[in-house]
Design a protein around this ligand. Structure first.
Ligand code: OGA
Ligand code: MN
Length: 288
């Protein structure tokens, strides 16, 4: 009797500069050939979505680990892990049980950011799994930062070619202070990591604009006013509709993005709704 061939994998690019649906994959039974197809599509499209998955934290971590070692989840507002037994799995949720948030980011807007770019070695990728999602609410937007860089006028691109920027580590993308940080710092004492404003993708060789997050950012070596003006100008290219794709969540969606060339943000949603996602982050290398 013939053995059943695995179902073919389809890559369906979205009508946007980035993103694609991967069809024909069950993450509970992904073989090496299937993973190779996913990896290739991911490098080409920067964000992938796999719908209809039904996985636990082990399967989420196993799939994520095929891309590389996992990083620990970021520092929360309380300093506590949401899942003490699973430091590599971050809970993102607005759900409150007995007065305690079971996850991070709440229900507010999460502003444009690159995950954990305030670390000297930010993760290459994040994998976000929608366990309980209010459909039509809390959409997540992705911006192609290679396209943003390509849109810069040549003089501006040349001006930033050798400049670096401080990525603030004190607050999360929802604006909340992380445990262990003060409310404010003098600009020269702002905690975070310094990275080049133009970043080269280590696997594809392509360059992208690397901004991280706007709050408390500072271009190294520039006076404050000049730094602010330059960052405002650069940020005016990020998030332009023509560079973005929006993920409208359904339960069972797994979305993986390339943190080296994509930024993301999330719309706020009503606190009366319940939203629960689990995320992993894949260890990266020092940006150059
Ligand atoms: C994240 C994030 C957005 C969302 O998981 O890194 O920014 O949709 N989440 O909750
Ligand atoms: Mn994020």
């Amino acid at each position: 009797m013939a053995t059943l061939a695995p179902s073919p994998i389809h890559v369906r690019p979205f009508d946007a500069p980035l993103g694609a649906d991967i069809e024909g994959v069950d993450l509970q039974r992904l073989d090496d050939a299937g993973f190779a197809a996913i990896k290739q599509a991911w490098l080409a499209r920067k964000v992938l979505r796999l719908r209809g998955q039904d996985i636990d934290d082990d399967a989420l971590a196993d799939f994520s680990r095929r891309f590389g070692n996992l990083d620990r989840s970021p520092i929360s507002t309380t300093g506590k892990l949401y899942q003490p037994t699973r430091p590599e799995v971050l809970v993102i949720s607005n759900i409150i049980v007995d007065g305690v948030a079971i996850g991070g980011l709440g229900n507010g807007e999460s502003i444009w950011h690159t995950d954990m770019s305030y670390n000297p070695v930010p993760p290459d990728a994040s994998v976000l799994y929608g366990i309980e999602v209010p459909e039509g609410h809390g959409d997540t937007w992705f911006c192609d930062m290679e396209a943003a860089l390509a849109a810069l006028p040549e003089a501006l691109r040349q001006r930033i070619a050798t400049l670096s920027c401080l990525h603030d580590s004190t607050r999360n993308s929802a604006g909340e202070l992380r445990a262990g940080f003060k409310e404010s710092y003098a600009p020269e004492d702002q905690p975070g990591a310094v990275h080049p404003l133009i970043r080269t993708h280590p696997e594809t060789g392509r360059k992208s604009l690397f901004l991280g997050r706007r709050r408390n950012a500072h271009v190294v070596g520039l006076p404050l006013a000049e730094s602010q003006a330059l960052l405002d100008e650069l940020w005016s290219y990020a998030g332009r509709p023509e560079f973005t794709w929006v993920q409208k969540w359904r339960q069972g969606d797994v979305v993986i993005w390339d943190n080296r060339c994509v930024m993301h943000r999330r719309d706020e949603f009503d606190q009366g709704l319940r939203r629960l996602m689990h995320r992993t982050q894949i260890q990266g290398s020092k940006p150059f």
